[in-house]
Design a protein around this ligand. Structure first.
Ligand SMILES: [Zn+2]
Ligand SMILES: [Zn+2]
Length: 291
């Protein structure tokens, strides 16, 4: 197989089905990410879990943005067994190698309780506390640093989220993936391409399984497999979906501030989900003016 652009040995196909050499493959991925950054300026807060996608995100951002304006953050939830500590360390080392400032914050610092304690005190699933408070951690830090949040969500992640929101029946949440509140440089890059990128650039990664994942595959996990097979049969299907879906536009933002913390909350709510859950598990949520 020869590279369609230069005739050298091809190593992989990109999202458009083109057989490409190493150099042109990397260029295809980085180019798509750079497009998402067009017109963006100022400080950026990179959410880095320490997993493969986040390391690739940092590697790409260091090539297309002023590293002096990047701050990478790893949020350590405090799940049982020291989960995420090794990944946070790996993220730090990798960020520093690229010249990106890296910080680690914990749920304990931010909310006075680690995830394990929240789960013990509450009656909802660990993923609920984890999801709400990870998002809030990023919002708090973005406000503190005057930065916009950048995440490593891939095209596959976006498709799974869209399907999950569709099944939940929330039109606003469904269209929210089209809103550009958060910057997602990998939103048109397949997870498969991220893996090839990491392999070609020898980015060391190892994923740790969340201790709360039960043996039964989550709906997201099942959708992931289905879509992976679908994509195998119809290469480029997700990318075409992403482009068509984009044309539906984003919902009008109709958030109002939470009466307790001042962060935006959904219509019809007086207090936000983070404040509501904090009351349930005895955690604390910082107020917006104090940050
Ligand atoms: Zn080439
Ligand atoms: Zn609140």
């Amino acid at each position: 197989m020869r590279c369609e652009l230069c005739g050298r040995r091809a190593v992989a196909r990109d999202a458009f089905g083109r057989a490409l050499c190493k150099e042109h493959f990397l260029e295809s991925v980085v180019g798509r990410a750079a497009k998402e950054l067009e017109g963006v300026e100022g400080k950026l807060l990179l959410a880095v879990s320490g997993g493969k996608d986040s390391l690739v995100l940092m590697d790409i951002m260091a090539q297309i943005y002023d590293v002096g304006k990047l701050i990478a953050v790893t949020v350590v939830e405090g799940a049982p067994g020291g989960y995420r500590l090794k990944e946070a360390q790996r993220a730090k080392e990798f960020a520093e190698k690229l010249g990106i400032k890296h910080i680690t914050v914990t749920f304990k610092d931010l909310y006075g309780k680690k995830l394990e304690e929240m789960v013990e005190a509450g009656r909802l699933s660990p993923c609920t506390y984890c999801g709400v408070y990870r998002r809030r951690a990023l919002d708090v830090l973005a406000l503190k640093f005057g930065a916009r949040v950048v995440t490593g969500h891939t095209l596959d992640d976006e498709a799974h989220t869209a399907l999950l929101n569709l099944l939940r029946g929330s039109w606003d949440d469904l269209l929210k993936i089209n809103a550009r509140v958060r910057i997602k440089p990998l939103r048109k890059v397949y997870e498969r391409e991220v893996a090839i990128y990491a392999y070609l650039k020898r980015i060391p990664f190892q994923s740790e399984e969340c201790p709360y994942i039960v043996t039964k595959p989550s709906l997201r996990g099942r959708l992931r497999e289905e879509l992976f097979e679908y994509e195998e049969e119809k290469p480029g299907a997700l990318l075409r979906w992403r482009e068509r879906f984009e044309r539906l536009g984003a919902p009008e933002p109709k958030f109002k501030p939470c009466e307790r913390c001042g962060f935006p909350t959904s219509p019809g709510r007086k207090i936000c989900r983070a404040c509501e859950l904090a009351e349930e598990v005895g955690a604390r949520v910082a107020q917006k003016p104090d940050i």
